[in-house]
Ligand binder design. Structure first.
Ligand code: ZN
Length: 290
């Protein structure tokens, strides 16, 4: 059964990860633009990163049979950095026009500052004017207050909740998001925060409607196979194949196809692999035979 991994930072990962992910059934990935572990000092670094997300990284994924999409945004942490924040806002609209960009994100709150809120609101407006859904990162510290604040801002803006994915949820936040009509995202990690056991318990209690799970895998301690590992645990716990399909295929596609750019039929087969192909003169072969 194919899997749509709806939040993973492949920019930070290696070729072996793509191989293992394809073997584990991951057919498509969505890579949100994010923070790179240290601050960027100029707009040029953002432009190169955004170009990679729609260029090389997409090409690289395809060479392993995986369809690659992304969302674009000024992340909440660097929204606080005056060296880059306004300049990123200036270039964002042109990236939001690209075919493989399925939404605005991840925006949200991190330290929960006034500046973060200012750029959150500006980017929600960009999502609205581009008719795109919104991927919202919620803070890992002081989560409950940050979660509520994100919701209050979206309500003030009258942003349609079915076009919002509130990510990095837990047992507490699901009680808030269930009734809102938004999608509830959960990032599953090897040790901390949300693990597969806790995730399966949440699914048993709250069902599968508008639920989305991801591995969020980036440069930190993480595991790009945590979605397939969680589905294996779901099977052991009596979930049916149809239920698993809903969680890891229908739900993420249902959310991202709201922007009008994701075609379900394009995902019926793995991405076309031709390792002799090049992107700006480079292939994944590095001189080896296909
Ligand atoms: Zn992320």
């Amino acid at each position: 059964m194919p899997i749509f991994e709806p939040h993973i930072h492949m920019f930070s990962r290696v070729t072996d990860d793509y191989e293992r992910m394809a073997e584990a059934g991951i057919r498509a990935v969505l890579e949100p633009a994010f923070w790179l572990g240290q601050s960027r000092t100029s707009i040029g670094s953002f432009i190169d990163y955004f170009d990679t997300l729609i260029g090389w990284e997409r090409f690289r994924a395809q060479q392993f049979g995986i369809h690659h999409f992304c969302t674009m945004a000024l992340n909440p942490r660097e929204a606080n950095d005056d060296r880059v924040n306004d300049a990123v806002m200036e270039v964002l609209p042109r990236y939001l026009e690209k075919d493989s960009v399925l939404g605005v994100g991840e925006i949200g709150l991190d330290d929960q500052t006034a500046k973060e809120e200012k750029y959150f609101i500006a980017q929600a407006e960009l999502a609205r004017s581009h008719d795109l859904p919104l991927l919202v990162h919620t803070p890992h510290r002081d989560k409950k207050r940050g979660f509520q604040r994100c919701i209050d801002i979206l309500k003030d803006l009258n942003f349609p909740m079915q076009r919002v994915l509130l990510d990095h949820g837990n047992e507490e936040t699901i009680l808030i998001t269930r009734e809102l009509g938004c999608y509830s995202g959960f990032s599953i990690y090897p040790n901390t925060k949300m693990d597969p056991d806790r995730m399966v318990r949440i699914l048993k209690e709250h069902g599968l409607e508008r639920m989305i799970i991801n591995s969020a895998a980036d440069w930190g301690i993480s595991d790009p196979l945590l979605v397939p590992k969680t589905t294996a645990l779901m099977r052991e716990n009596g979930f049916s194949e149809a239920q698993i399909d809903q969680l890891v295929w229908e739900n993420p596609i249902g959310f991202f196809e709201q922007g009008g750019r994701l075609e379900r039929k394009d995902l019926e087969q793995p991405a076309r692999i031709d390792r002799r192909e090049t992107f700006t003169g480079n292939s994944v072969l590095r001189g080896q035979e296909p």
